[in-house]
Design a protein around this ligand. Structure first.
Ligand SMILES: [Zn+2]
Length: 352
């Protein structure tokens, strides 16, 4: 079968000639590649400080908001800024506090915290729970809440109500600019009467001891003033709900009228617990640790102990302004204290 043989030979010679050509190409390319590498190496050696051609770093972050669906409610955490607690703000048993100070060099993130406000869209109203520090606390470290609210797709003008847990400036500072303008011009502000009566009283301020709380009288009065003037400052006593589907939960102790707000929808619950916990890694393990900002430390301690125990046995999402952002999580009993289970990131709108 000469034909076939011939074809085979032809085929063989064709294949081998292609192989040879490829080998030659590879050889030529190898030589070229080597030359390029030599040039690159030479230039690298000549200028050792030249930056390698890697992708540049991006020194920005995703916007500081996070959404959570609670039944039919859309809740958006709005970061005012990250925070670190001063260990000297903690008060309580010397042994516990000494333990914290001793552990800090090895565990420098033990007192990491945040300042966060929460926006609830009920479908009928837009409700802000706490407004961050703005420019009234933290020496310029905060004040990002409104920018994050806009990133989340809302405007300050759209906010109908603001429920405040208490009148410390890290929760109401975001309401008012330094020149006395309302940041949320259409919002009605709600606060417990006991809280408003305490911080807005010049007589109580004048008689108050000079301590960590002294600074908050003046700021509360300045922040509240434009809303009082506009008839938009409202106080409540008792447990009458301010809007449908919410419950007032008095948590007196941290401040005289410290109040949490619980919203329910489709049998799901979320509790905005204000300053029940400042330093989650310390106070969940040691609920007896108080802070210098507690107006009544024994009452704050008793309230916290009672609430933590209740929450650990319920399926309720907690929204904590000082818990690590976004501040949404659930509590579980762990040893003598509690552990925090942050909500898992999801972009799915089911809340199973
Ligand atoms: Zn606070």
């Amino acid at each position: 079968m000469p034909g076939l043989h011939g074809v085979q030979i032809k085929g063989d010679s064709t294949v081998s000639s292609i192989v040879v050509k490829r080998r030659n190409m590879f050889k030529r390319n190898s030589i070229r590649l080597a030359a390029v590498l030599m040039v690159a190496l030479a230039s690298f050696i000549a200028t050792p400080n030249a930056a390698p051609a890697t992708a540049p770093e991006h020194h920005d972050q995703v916007p500081g908001f996070y959404r959570l669906k609670v039944g039919d409610l859309e809740v958006t955490a709005l970061l005012d800024g990250p925070a670190i607690l001063d260990p000297h703000w903690l008060t309580g048993e010397k042994a516990t506090l000494d333990g914290v100070v001793k552990a800090l060099p090895e565990d420098p993130h033990m007192l990491d915290a945040a300042d966060t406000g929460f926006l609830v869209n009920t479908g009928k109203q837009l409700i802000l729970v706490d407004a961050g520090s703005g420019t009234w606390f933290g020496g310029g470290a905060f004040g990002h809440l409104v920018g994050n609210l806009r990133s989340a797709g809302y405007t300050p003008e759209e906010v109908d109500l603001v429920l405040v847990t208490h009148l410390h400036s890290d929760h109401i500072g975001g309401l008012t600019t330094q020149d006395g303008n309302r940041v949320f011009p259409n919002a009605e502000i709600y606060v417990a009467k006991e809280e408003s009566d305490f911080w807005l009283s010049p007589e109580i301020a004048a008689k108050a001891p000079k301590d960590a709380n002294s600074q908050f009288f003046q700021s509360a009065q300045a922040i509240a003033a434009p809303y009082i003037e506009a008839g938009k400052w409202h106080t409540f006593s008792g447990l009458e709900p301010i809007v449908d589907g919410m419950q007032i939960v008095p948590l007196h102790g941290h401040t005289p009228g410290h109040t949490a707000y619980e919203f329910s929808s489709q049998r799901k619950k979320i509790l905005f617990w204000g300053d029940t916990v400042h330093g989650q890694r310390v106070q969940l393990q040691h609920p007896e640790v108080t802070v210098v900002f507690d107006v009544d430390p024994p009452a704050a301690l008793a309230t916290r102990k009672q609430l933590l125990s209740k929450l650990a046995s319920e399926d309720v999402v907690i929204a904590g302004p000082h818990m690590l952002f976004p501040g949404f999580g659930r509590l579980h009993k762990q040893g003598n204290g509690y552990s925090w289970a942050p909500v898992a990131f999801t972009d799915k709108w089911d809340d199973k």
